[in-house]
Design a protein around this ligand. Structure first.
Ligand SMILES: CC(C)(COP(=O)(O)OP(=O)(O)OC[C@H]1O[C@@H](n2cnc3c(N)ncnc32)[C@H](O)[C@@H]1OP(=O)(O)O)[C@@H](O)C(=O)NCCC(=O)NCCS
Length: 438
């Protein structure tokens, strides 16, 4: 058994006991009420899930096992001479609930490197797709093609004890995370770089290897990739990709099936695809104005035009957050610290100054502040990664860390199949009529 799995096994036994006791003591305690509007409006604000890896506060933003993004940028282990955290560290934190040492992180890097070989048929499957297939569709298909490797599915077919589920889900999750950068880079090079592929470098960390296999062997891109793959990893449990992975996993679908389902949700423009939408939207603005830096007035007019056309301003708003996303701020800080001047990043800053009052002025948008997607594309473009259709794949590689750490916990805690109730409008109306009569 690898050392991380051994540590996790001990932790899971203790946690299981504590959850059982908590349910025994407080199982009947009422923790909230919800309204008819909430049932129709995407279950906003209803706590219906347990997700251990991170928690989102509307005013403060995300905390991973209690740590904010600035704290993690300072405290998580870095590559030698590096200044941004290694994503291996946040995976350890989400899984184990405690900060890793440098040794813990190096051990995960090596563990994933050992597991990183992608079977040939996965590349053959990707090669059979038409070149105009969206990279997110390819990513999801690539993950599905790898499902042949599921140890959980094979073990379940043979028959295993419930208590062992987590062990196989752990193995599948670690293998999947280890292989995703190779699959993602393959999609990138096939589509945008003449189908010329680059082998992984076993000496590199997970994020640097991602940059390397995409063809960016420079320190600046490795540094960005480490930050990018760290901050996109998790956003508590109710967002579409996390919730879908958890829901599908609750049917005991293996991690490949569950994660692919989550990725199909991430591919939606209101979720992960918003990062490519942001760049497309800014490029459209620049094209309309004939290039160069727009004025704030021109940006304001463009935002108003977008709203008047009944479209969303991508990168702004959030279902839970009610302030500037700390993941946006981390990228803004990255820009100011390391890049200092870039036209596209300057436009992102200008939109940040101009958009919130206009969005607030509509009177209906609950959060006028930028989310993670408002900045990420501009940083990638700066380093020459201009193929914005691909951006959500990078988001997906990172998101694997959070949703798969959660899936391992789901099975370790023995969580059941998810099955919320639903009602018809007629049924709800009748129910309310009887409530009123009482
Ligand atoms: C993220 C998002 C889906 C959250 O949706 P939500 O929880 O329903 O948001 P709200 O409660 O504030 O929505 C209220 C209204 O404002 C609109 N709205 C919210 N954000 C908006 C935006 N950025 N631009 C234009 N309209 C927006 C909604 O579409 C909704 O309109 P409707 O009443 O006509 O249906 C939404 O803000 C959005 O579409 N943002 C742009 C896409 C994006 O950046 N997604 C990435 C999220 S990390």
């Amino acid at each position: 058994m690898d050392s991380l799995k051994e540590k996790f096994a001990k932790k899971a036994v203790a946690e299981n006991e504590s959850v059982k006791q908590f349910i025994a003591q407080h199982g009947e305690t009422i923790i909230g009420e919800y309204s008819v509007a909430q049932v129709y409006q995407g279950m906003r604000g209803m706590t219906g899930l347990v997700t251990e890896t991170s928690k989102l506060d509307p005013e403060e933003g995300i905390r991973f096992r209690g740590y904010s993004i600035p704290e993690l940028r300072a405290q998580l282990p870095k590559a030698p001479g590096g200044s941004e955290p290694l994503p291996e560290g946040i995976f350890y934190l989400m899984l184990m609930g405690e900060l890793p040492t440098t040794e813990d992180v190096n051990s995960i890097t090596n563990n994933w490197a050992r597991r990183s070989i992608v079977p040939r048929h996965v590349f053959d499957t990707l090669d059979s797709l038409p070149m105009n297939t969206h990279p997110m569709t390819e990513f999801s298909i690539g993950v599905m093609a790898m499902q042949t490797e599921s140890l959980f599915a094979a073990a379940y077919r043979k028959g295993i004890n419930k208590k062992e589920y987590w062990d196989y889900v752990y193995e599948d999750s670690m293998n999947l995370i280890a292989r995703l950068p190779r699959v993602a880079a393959y999609i990138y090079r096939r589509k945008y770089k003449n189908n010329e592929h680059i082998e992984p470098d076993p000496k590199l960390d997970w994020a640097a290897n991602m940059a390397h296999m995409m063809g960016y062997d420079v320190y600046d891109v490795q540094r960005l990739m480490r930050l990018y793959l760290t901050i996109h990893c998790d956003h508590e449990g109710g967002n579409v990709s996390a919730h879908t992975t958890h829901l599908v996993g609750s049917a005991l679908s293996d991690p490949y099936l569950s994660f692919a389902a989550g990725m199909n949700g991430l591919a939606g423009p209101l979720h992960g695809l918003a990062n490519q939408e942001v760049i497309a939207w800014i490029m459209e603005l620049r094209k309309e104005l004939g290039g160069g830096l727009p004025t704030k007035e021109q940006i304001a007019d463009y935002i108003k035009k977008t709203l008047a056309e009944g479209r969303v301003v991508p990168g702004y708003g959030h279902a839970v957050l009610r302030k500037t996303d700390p993941r946006f701020s981390a990228q803004q800080d990255f820009y100011k610290r390391y890049i200092k001047h870039d036209d596209l990043c300057e436009i992102v800053q200008m939109i940040y100054e101009v958009a919130p009052p206009i969005l607030q002025g509509t009177g209906k948008i609950k959060n006028p502040w930028p989310n993670v997607d408002a900045h990420s594309g501009a940083l990638l473009v700066h380093y020459g990664i201009v193929e914005y259709d691909f951006y959500t794949v990078l988001f997906g590689v990172s998101r694997a860390l959070g949703v798969l750490a959660s899936l391992i916990w789901d099975r370790a805690l023995g969580l059941p199949i998810e099955r919320p109730g639903s009602n018809t409008t007629e049924g709800l109306m009748k129910k309310l009529a009887t409530v009123k009569q009482k």
